[in-house]
Ligand binder design. Structure first.
Ligand code: NAI
Length: 337
């Protein structure tokens, strides 16, 4: 559903948005880390989104160039660049803040290896969000997502402005990958494919539910296991192929733009269903990615997991120690800081 929506606005954008009517009021969106590998293409895609009227592009370096470049695209969103001194203005009045700021992996690194640097970056940016646009939806991309989302939540709780409907870890790339790999392997039209991906966003915590995939294809166990592993290791596949020059940026920007589009649709009164990593009670983990309904206030409903195959039940059990440890690490970073 959301792929079709994205295609529709991409087609509208290619016609110069002459006829593209945004549903609902124009929204103010900020990208924090806008000059980075993800930030740049994501800024471009958000400039192409007809639901956006103001686009704040914030980074600690390089935003004048990115903003000048993006601002020449002939769509209605007004794009403005902000540097260190402009964070408050970038955020004031925002409906949606997307955070891809921080360092990416190099070959041999896990997402958790990024914690030391990215934890502080996310904490400080979220503190500014809590101060300047506490009601905004927050899409956290910076890794390790399994820890940075609890960091964001604890920071907002500390400031007394936490609303659990507003904070989401972006796991859409796992869904995008699972759909692509499933379609390729089974020779089905990728546009018609849906695959829920649940759990977290690192290694074994990424659990694609191929038993619930549509259109339904029954795969031999070895093929199913290989697809599951490829989805879990999709990020590492890109890190290795880029050989030291970063991690997924283009597919990530696409995934983040899809997710942000669904968030904006929800705000504008057309609910959307997406998988995302949120505060959750559907398993033993206090944060968990699953399908949620995005509505006018953000996360309206967290759906349970549905029926799992025995293989998926094992996967769910196997991820828990790592997921719980990553969550606790994030919580403690703020509580003991
Ligand atoms: P990058 O290094 O190309 O860009 C990061 C940008 O953040 C840079 O422009 C940098 O100046 C900026 N930055 C650093 N500190 C900042 C601060 N305090 N305030 C504002 N901006 C700041 O990295 P890339 O490839 O764009 O990745 C960004 C993050 O996204 C990484 O943590 C990476 O692991 C994560 N990621 C998440 C994925 C997901 O599925 N959630 C997938 C791929 C990457």
């Amino acid at each position: 559903q959301s792929s079709a929506a994205l295609l529709k606005w991409a087609q509208a954008a290619s016609r110069g948005f002459a006829a593209a009517a945004a549903s609902g009021p124009g929204r103010k969106v900020a990208v924090l880390g806008a000059a980075g590998g993800i930030g740049q293409p994501l800024s471009m895609l958000m400039k192409m989104n007809a639901q956006v009227s103001q686009l704040s592009l914030y980074d600690i370096a390089g935003t004048p160039g990115v903003a000048a470049d993006v601002s020449h695209i002939n769509t209605k969103a007004q794009a403005k660049g902000y540097d260190k001194d402009g964070l408050a203005e970038a955020l004031r009045g925002c409906d949606l803040v997307i955070i891809p700021a921080g360092v990416p992996r190099k070959p041999g690194m896990t997402r958790d290896d990024l914690f030391k640097i990215n934890a502080g970056i996310v904490r400080d940016l979220v503190e500014a969000v809590g101060k300047h646009c506490p009601g905004a939806l927050l899409n956290v991309i910076s890794n390790p997502v399994n820890s940075t989302v609890p960091i964001a939540v604890e920071q907002l709780k500390r400031m007394g402005v936490y609303d659990k409907r507003k904070i989401m870890g972006v796991t859409t790339l796992d869904v995008v990958r699972a759909k692509t790999f499933y379609a390729e392997k089974n020779g089905v039209d990728v546009a018609s494919v849906d695959v829920p991906v649940v759990g977290g966003h690192a290694g074994v915590t990424i659990l694609p539910l191929f038993s619930q995939a549509t259109p339904k294809v029954t795969m031999p166990q070895d093929v199913l296991e290989a697809l599951t592993k490829r989805t879990q290791d999709g990020g590492t596949e890109v890190v290795q192929a880029k050989a030291g020059k970063g991690s997924a940026t283009l597919s990530m920007a696409y995934a983040a733009a899809l997710f942000a589009d669904s968030c904006l649709r929800g705000l504008n009164g057309t609910p959307a269903v997406e998988c995302t990593y949120v505060e959750s009670t559907i398993t033993d983990a206090p944060y968990f990615a699953s399908k949620v309904k995005l509505s006018t206030e953000g996360v309206d409903k967290v759906f349970d997991l549905g029926t799992l195959s025995d293989y998926e039940k094992e996967g769910l059990k196997a991820m828990m120690p790592e997921l719980l440890a990553s969550i606790e690490k994030g919580v403690q970073f703020i509580k003991s800081g």
